[in-house]
Design a protein around this ligand. Sequence first.
Ligand SMILES: C[S@@+](CC[C@H](N)C(=O)[O-])C[C@H]1O[C@@H](n2cnc3c(N)ncnc32)[C@H](O)[C@@H]1O
Length: 325
Amino acid sequence: MDLGSGSGVECFLAAAEVGASGQVFGIDMTDAMLELARSSQKHVVTDLGYDNIEFRKGYLEAIPLADETADVVISNCVINLSPDKRRTYLEIMRILKPGGRLVVADVVSDTPISAAIKNSTKYRGECLGGAMQQDDLVAMLEDCGFSSIYLHKRFSYREVDGHFFYSLTYEAGKAERAEGEEERVRCLFRGPAPALETPSGVRLERGHITALSRREAEQLSEQVFLLDEEGAVANIEQEACCCAVPQMRPGRIMPSSQEALPLSVMSVVASSAVKSWSIKAIAAQRRAAFSAVARPLLLVSAGLVIMSAIVVTSRKALRLSARSA
Ligand SMILES: C[S@@+](CC[C@H](N)C(=O)[O-])C[C@H]1O[C@@H](n2cnc3c(N)ncnc32)[C@H](O)[C@@H]1O
């Protein structure tokens, strides 16, 4: 699978490499590039004597290929152009077979890139504005579950306003799943110790995200946050914070805007805390809020009405007895 196949050159080289029994896919978001690649394909397959290439329209961030189908993903000078690189790497992880690998050539920098370069249409188009810092790239690959990360080549590429850019070729693997091995999950060690070594020897550093087998991660219980794909904590129910009521997202048990408690009631129930965002819990919280606010108010109002009635009645009785006296 070639991501951002452009004119198709890498796909043609790969087609010869994998042979007639192999299959090569190229994806690109641009119609003109797909058209160019498909027109060259006709000549290439005639020369090869077989056709094992398919160009598909699609995005790096939503790759049109089924889960665990690719042995190798390649990409030349494209990932820097992705507006959501984490999503891209997670997509690559999804389509790779266990034991598969990613081999990429792309532009990186060593130092943070200035906002002027990042936001320049010219430099983004020249593959510089969206280039990642090399250590962030490695951290992101690890964070997305890649292992055996290896830097093949690095050479100077460009210098802009004192920023140095390099062309880096790197490889990263998707771990082989052993027979019966559990899936891996991303976990974030919460501290307070600066680091923790798991029984299998994985070092977890406070505040860093590390991939761990689900069994081992669950053994660590609340020492770690288990993260879902969006980085949200999935293993611990958390109290709502005062910043905002979380939005409903697919697959989440959170209140919709209609189900969310009004802010005034929220503040009343804040001390008893919103423990869970399940709809049942919201109904229970509403009942609690009613007990906390409305019931005492009703009792006080009823008391006031009775007191006023007593006062009026006793005044009348006093007036009557005064008149008869
Ligand atoms: C710099 S060219 C590289 C083409 C080819 N890999 C090569 O080396 O000749 C970038 C290509 O990636 C495609 N591209 C850029 N961002 C993309 C994205 N997010 N999803 C899919 N294709 C993308 C562009 O349409 C373009 O064809």
